[in-house]
Write a protein that binds this ligand. Structure first.
Ligand SMILES: *Cc1c(COP(=O)(O)O)cnc(C)c1O
Length: 217
């Protein structure tokens, strides 16, 4: 599928949900993709990308940013505290704030650097042990804690369990965001972004549907 087809589907999903055109940002998830495919999407004018590893992003985006002004890159994968400084310098937004230790580190670095990317708190809506994120019953407290540190909280992010209907998870994330006065909802991937938009997603993270399958070989 092409970038323009995905954009068309997003526009339709926005209309179906009675939401304004352009209310959903498309994050093109470029992890593991060959440079030529990323350049092709940049050539089409797209400027918002997502990566899930700090190291991998550091290897390609500084150069691509220079060549394509206005590019924004968001970190959508887990962040270790020892890479927090590098992440703050590389990304416009971090979607994986998931624990107090990381919040404290980001707050300290924000003071030192005088800036901080937009932050999304990751919520483990399916309470899966192998997955990052705060569990729903602890989300309100963690949101309050991050606010107490003066961190620029934009919204919440989730990755629903693969074998469950994602709509229930999207709705739960939207509910937690709403009762905490958070506007951003980072949810929805290649297979379910339309369902996420129906539940209020502001940022969808779409990889393989734009770039083709990832080749981890
Ligand atoms: C890889 C990834 C995506 C994109 O997944 P696709 O199924 O290729 O659209 C979205 N979100 C996160 C957190 C990811 O790691």
């Amino acid at each position: 599928m092409s970038l323009s087809e995905i954009q068309t589907r997003i526009t339709k999903a926005e209309a179906d949900a009675n939401r304004p055109t352009g209310s959903v940002s498309l994050i093109a998830v470029s992890k593991v993709q060959p440079l030529v495919r990323i350049e092709a999407v940049l050539e089409q004018g797209h400027r918002l990308f997502g990566e899930n590893k700090v190291q991998e992003a550091a290897g390609k985006w500084p150069d691509l940013r220079q060549r394509y002004p206005g590019t924004e890159v968001h970190l959508i994968g887990p962040l270790q505290t020892n890479k927090a400084r590098q992440a703050m310098e590389l990304f416009e937004a971090i979607h994986s704030l998931d624990r107090p230790k990381l919040a404290n580190t980001l707050a300290r670095l924000a003071q030192e650097l005088g800036q901080c990317p937009d932050l999304f708190i990751q919520v483990n809506t399916g309470e899966e042990p192998q997955k990052a994120g705060v569990i729903p019953s602890e989300a309100d407290a963690f949101i309050a804690e991050a606010r107490g540190l003066d961190l620029p909280l934009t919204g919440l992010m989730c990755i629903p369990p693969v074998d469950e209907e994602p709509t229930l998870h999207f709705a739960l994330l939207a509910k937690i965001a709403e009762r905490n006065g958070l506007k951003g909802l980072s949810m929805g991937m290649s297979d379910d972004f339309e369902r996420a938009i129906a539940q209020g997603a502001t940022h969808v993270r779409v990889g393989s549907a734009i770039f083709g399958a990832r080749d981890y070989g």
